[in-house]
Design a protein around this ligand. Structure first.
Ligand code: F6R
Length: 327
């Protein structure tokens, strides 16, 4: 799917309705008006869909988005808010947590927009007149990332949270650039064999770190942890000196801004305690370009790792079993 990501991104935004702001619904006696001002955006979803919220949260740190982004990966909404917009993302449309959160949002009278390829989320929301953006399919939810992320970005623009129009193509450049680095990705995968990767990221690259960890889990069936600094530098870092067998530190670095320099110091310190961190530099200039470079490059790394381990990358049986029992 990765070579299709540029076209998936471009196709997916064609389906975002122009008139989102003029929607007015009445559900169980509650009027939900999409034209009103919002003071936050809740992005709810799980796994490969939920990571869209983490990535947007990263981007909003750079873009200075007008309202806070609240990432929710739960069956409940985080807390009562006054005027949030809720974006419910589920690739399959059949994830119980996301459907429950969308229903809770509607019960509270919040405007909700669904992003999905179909499933029960689409049926349930459409039946109530709630806008649903149907997005193109990929081989599995996580391989459809741009088709979930790009419509969400357009929604943010429609609700005047941030202007994204001039950024979208940079994300596609990030994908295309990463596709030129497959050999490096394979090399990185080789270095991860027989280890538990500890993924170090700064707060502003949390989405890339979480995506890498999730892809290691789901594609390579490989255990991994993410440590987000600065906080991770105030606790996880202390565990480096125990030299636990098998930990492999991977530091994902953005450009050399203050946060980049923070990671450099971190790398020096953990190296002085015997760790041998692998450094992954995100390439690009624009925030979306860097995130998409990271998601693509590290995703390909996990596919290469799956191949090295002789693991089938697409299926995720334990997740499927859990979801079937929850549905
Ligand atoms: C499987 C995958 C999972 C799913 C998660 C939620 O490819 O990526 O992490 O994304 O189970 O399912 P959806 O995305 O269908 O709501």
């Amino acid at each position: 799917d990765y070579p299709r990501w540029p076209s998936l991104a471009r196709e997916s935004i064609l389906n975002v309705p122009m008139d989102l702001r003029s929607i007015r619904l009445s559900i169980d006696g509650k009027v939900i008006d999409y034209s009103g001002d919002i003071d936050s955006v809740i992005i709810t979803g799980m796994g490969g869909s939920g990571v869209v919220g983490d990535i947007i949260n990263d981007l909003c740190l750079f873009w200075d988005c007008r309202v806070p982004i609240i990432v929710s990966k739960n069956m409940r909404l985080p807390r009562r808010l006054s005027r949030p917009l809720v974006i419910a993302i589920s690739y399959s449309g059949n994830t119980a947590e996301t459907i429950m959160s969308a229903n809770e949002a509607l019960a509270r009278g919040y405007p909700v927009i669904g992003i999905t390829t179909g499933g029960r989320l689409s049926t349930a929301l459409s039946a109530k007149g709630v806008p649903v953006i149907l997005t193109p399919k990929a081989s599995a939810p996580r391989y459809g990332l741009p088709a979930l992320l790009y419509p969400a970005l357009i929604i943010l623009e429609r609700f005047s949270v941030v202007s994204v129009t001039n950024e979208l193509e940079s994300g596609i450049s990030g994908i295309e650039n990463a596709l030129k680095h497959v050999d490096d990705a394979v090399n990185l995968a080789r270095q991860l064999v027989n280890s538990v990767p500890v993924v170090w990221v700064t707060e502003s690259r949390r989405g890339v770190g979480i995506r890498f960890k999730n892809d290691l889990n789901e594609n390579a069936k490989y255990y991994s942890v993410v440590s987000v600094v600065p906080e991770g530098a105030h606790n996880d870092i202390a565990a480096v000196i125990t030299k636990q067998n098998g930990l492999k530190h991977v530091a994902i670095m953005g450009p050399n801004d203050y946060e980049g320099r923070y990671e450099e110091v971190l790398i020096d310190v953990i190296s002085s305690f015997g760790a041998k961190p692998i450094i992954v530099k995100l390439e690009g200039k624009m925030p979306l370009e860097l995130e998409m470079y990271g998601a693509t490059y590290l995703g390909i790394t996990t596919l290469a790792l799956a191949e090295l381990l002789g693991v089938e990358p697409v299926s995720t049986e334990p997740i499927d079993r859990l979801k079937n029992l929850l549905n």
